[in-house]
Design a protein around this ligand. Structure first.
Ligand SMILES: [Zn+2]
Length: 358
């Protein structure tokens, strides 16, 4: 005697993704007990602690609802088909594994199942897999951001390991995008990681950013910073900007045409040599971590539509004083890219721009 059982999506994980399984039983209860022997965990999903059928699940023998037959004592005969139909909230919904994995954030009212679905559907591009990008990517992958793009043309060097936490000793010499992808996938195989082992330029950036909802700038040089800002403003993509040096960091969130952009704050780059790079002046590893994690926080808030973003604010961090100062910044009418009469309507040569200004 064999009964066909139609398994609903939320339970398919327990039946090795089988939509339909065969099982034996003279009535529904016996069948479910036998099913649990084959696929442990099914019974507790179907029966509550008092051994009553859970009320959000309906059962049909062939096309008849067992509530109008003999409940779980409804008899079964060879060739019958039992359909298990739980209530579903609509949409793709979360799988059991996703609910478990993200339970500590789903429990937050500001996130909940809906917010988690937003995170799973979000697409975030991280430019630079270094001191800022690595911790940022790490937390976004852990939170379940569905698609993460990683841009970096560099290979891992030994001196990166002090702060770029997605690279391990065995990765020295490997592309940073590959090394980061490997780690993110081992945290969370539920998400898609796309790598771009290249340097963004005026020629390629528009094509890359158009695939994403929000961009994280974790780059380490002025030409890239101005390029990313202008590309995001022109294509109206939100941008999380952060910079770090020695014991200090600064971060702002740019929503084009809504708050100030990077050029509203810093219209011109500093002359070459005036502001040293981390390579020249050093950086305390944890400062990169603090700022990268703040960028991930801004990204998650943006995806969820919760809280106040750092739009129109420059948050300045000093680790020696352990101070955070939030400064007001404004849109500039004179801004060459988002001002009243923008002079930059398409991308320029940023290497040249940063040289000329020196
Ligand atoms: Zn601007």
């Amino acid at each position: 005697m064999s009964i066909k059982v139609r398994i609903p999506t939320p339970l398919q994980k327990l039946t090795n993704n089988n939509i339909e399984v065969e099982c034996e039983g003279t009535n529904v209860r016996e069948l479910i007990i036998n099913l649990d022997k084959k696929y442990p965990g099914i019974k507790e999903r179907i029966y509550d602690e008092n051994n009553n059928l859970r009320r959000f699940i309906n059962f049909f023998v062939n096309d008849k609802d067992i509530r109008f037959l003999q409940g779980d004592k409804t008899e079964l005969k060879d060739g019958d088909e039992l359909s298990i139909i739980p209530a579903i909230a609509g949409g793709a919904g979360l799988t059991e594994e996703q609910i478990e994995r993200y339970s500590r954030q789903i429990i937050l009212p500001e996130v909940g199942g809906k917010g988690q679905e937003k995170i799973l559907n979000a697409k975030v591009l991280i430019i630079g897999c270094g001191g800022l990008g690595a911790p940022c990517a790490y937390y976004l992958a852990a939170a379940g951001v569905g698609k993460i793009g990683l841009v970096d043309s560099d290979k891992v060097e030994l001196n990166n390991l002090q702060r770029q936490i997605t690279h391990f000793m065995k990765d020295v010499g490997k592309h940073k995008t590959e090394s980061t992808k490997e780690k993110l996938e081992s945290i969370n195989s539920d998400i898609k990681i796309v790598t771009y082992p290249l340097r963004v330029t005026s020629n390629n950036i528009m094509d890359i950013i158009k695939e994403y909802d929000i961009i994280v700038d974790g780059s380490d040089n002025f030409p890239t910073r101005y390029l990313v800002n202008d590309a995001c403003v022109i294509s109206k993509k939100p941008l999380s900007h952060a910079g770090i040096l020695r014991f200090d960091g600064q971060i702002t969130t740019i929503i084009p045409n809504f708050g100030p952009c990077y050029r509203c704050i810093f219209p011109d780059p500093p002359p070459v040599g005036m502001v040293p790079s981390c390579q020249e002046a050093g950086i305390l590893g944890v400062v990169a971590g603090v700022l990268g994690v703040l960028q991930a926080t801004e990204v998650l808030k943006y995806i969820l539509g919760k809280g106040e973003l750092l739009v129109g604010k420059l948050l300045v961090f000093n680790s020696l004083e352990m101070s955070f100062r939030k400064l007001n910044i404004q849109r500039s009418e004179e801004c060459p890219v988002c001002g009243k009469n923008p002079t930059i309507k398409e991308l320029i040569d940023y290497e040249q721009f940063c040289q000329v200004k020196s």
